[in-house]
Design a protein around this ligand. Structure first.
Ligand code: NIG
Ligand code: FE
Length: 440
């Protein structure tokens, strides 16, 4: 009897439902709403019930079908008009750096190439010097602002790479910035930031002509230290002519894998190194850039069955004034889960506006709008191995949402250069940002 009594008195797991809506148009990108006629799983006049304690979705569907249990729950309406969709996922960024490269921008306009500037001692190396000179607190303040800008533009999950330190101490400093932002400033910056160690971003000057030794230093010293402080989920290498060879990339990625980190790879950006095949062989979560990918690389991605996601970064090609973009349409024809990301960094893509990237993808790679929306939600989540919780809206997923002023995705991208079309952002069921200017 006594045990019965206690069993009865045991509190059920606490949930606190919040009914969000009515939502004029909700893109779920998920079952059972997605169909050939409804590729983005739209629901008109929708409601979404979020549990503000766990942050998960309890229910979503047409307003008329709201279950009785939620009829008396608190409500939060939309902010003005527009459509809502899963919070955006920017699955490739380099936001931990000091200084800028505005002078190089001018030099590039005068005819210098990105590679020439790097050979002359500028490029990544210029930013490494400034980043090494900055304190962790300075880097944290800079990264905070950059990530907050992304959040205000609808990004609720963002991958962030180190790679402007290139010493043990400076790589740890950069990755601790991400950890501290997540652990200590989450109230002020309530987004998910996924850390990636990229000590193999460039060969530092102190190792000039000794790339092999630097590779050994990464494998034997930097990666183990990063893993022991649990500072990175992913690890990445810039595999290209003048940076790291396929063999060197393989060594670094295998070392990280053995420490429990998941590989990603900067592949075929300026030259083809058969890096995509390497990424697929090692079970990388993504192969990124892919401007120079060939048919063999494409078939390797197909054979990976979606395990290695092609991440395209068209703002980089745009910012470098290139005319040949990655073959997005061919990838879509092959059924690949194409993702898009900003590649935000001071040298080759000074753009942390994923909406601008989406418009460039439409205009320069002729990606259809539906594919662009999948590329920054479900497929980008897949590139971070977070598709179980993010990138789509269904019961049990996180209630990360963005509301745009536009009526439809096509209007959103057509209006591509308006200052900020995001009217509100929700993270884990909490409205964390309202942009009065968007609907004024
Ligand atoms: O993804 N490709 C390597 N890294 C960056 C560029 C970094 C920089 O120029 O500072 C990229 O394009
Ligand atoms: Fe990059």
């Amino acid at each position: 009897m006594v045990t019965m009594f206690f069993k009865k008195a045991e509190k059920p797991p606490e949930t606190r439902p919040l009914v969000i809506g009515p939502i004029q148009r909700l893109l779920t990108l998920s079952e059972p709403f997605v169909s050939p006629e409804n590729p983005l799983g739209d629901i008109a006049d929708a409601l979404l019930v979020a549990d503000v304690i766990s942050g998960h979705i309890l229910w979503l569907g047409p307003s008329a079908e709201l279950p009785k249990t939620y009829h008396d729950a608190p409500r939060q309406g939309m902010v003005g008009h527009g459509f809502m969709m899963p919070g955006l996922v920017d699955c490739h960024t380099h936001p931990i750096f000091a200084g800028d490269r505005a002078q190089e921008f001018e030099a590039r306009l005068a005819g210098k190439t990105y590679q020439q500037l790097a050979e002359e001692g500028g490029g990544i190396w210029h930013t490494v010097n400034q980043t090494r000179a900055a304190s962790e607190a300075e880097l944290r303040a800079l990264a905070f602002d950059r990530c907050q800008q992304a959040l205000r533009l609808g990004v609720t999950t963002l991958e962030a790479k180190s790679g402007y330190g290139l010493t043990l101490e400076d790589e740890l400093k950069s990755l601790r910035v991400i950890k501290r932002l997540q652990e200590q400033e989450h109230d002020k910056l309530p987004m998910t930031i996924v850390p990636t160690v990229m000590a193999a971003h460039d060969v530092p000057k102190e190792y000039e002509g000794r790339t092999e030794e630097y590779v050994a230093h990464i494998c034997d010293v930097i990666l183990p230290a990063v893993a022991s402080e649990n500072l990175a989920v992913f690890h990445d290498v810039f595999c290209d002519a003048g940076y790291f060879s396929r063999e060197q990339a393989k060594r670094v990625l295998e070392a990280g894998l053995a420490l429990g980190m998941v590989p990603k790879l900067h592949a075929e950006e300026f030259t083809n190194q058969a890096a995509t095949q390497l990424a697929c062989e090692l079970g990388a979560a993504s192969a990124d850039h892919l401007l120079c990918i060939d048919e063999v690389g494409l078939q390797a991605l197909v054979a990976s069955g979606g395990n290695t996601v092609p991440v395209l970064l068209p703002a980089t090609a745009f910012f470098l004034g290139m005319t040949d973009y990655a073959p997005a349409r061919r990838m879509l024809e092959l059924g690949l889960p194409v993702a898009l990301a900003s590649d935000f960094n001071p040298g080759s893509s000074n753009c942390n506006n994923l909406l601008a990237v989406m418009a460039i993808a439409c205009l320069q790679m002729r990606m259809p709008i539906d594919a662009v929306l999948r590329a920054v939600t479900v497929n980008a989540a897949k590139a971070l191995r977070l598709e179980g919780s993010r990138g789509t809206l269904s019961v049990g997923k996180r209630a990360d949402l963005v509301q745009f002023v536009a009526r439809s995705p096509s209007q959103l991208l057509y209006d591509w250069a308006i200052p900020n079309p995001v009217s509100a952002v929700w993270v884990a069921g909490h409205r964390v940002h309202v942009n009065e200017a968007a609907f004024a």
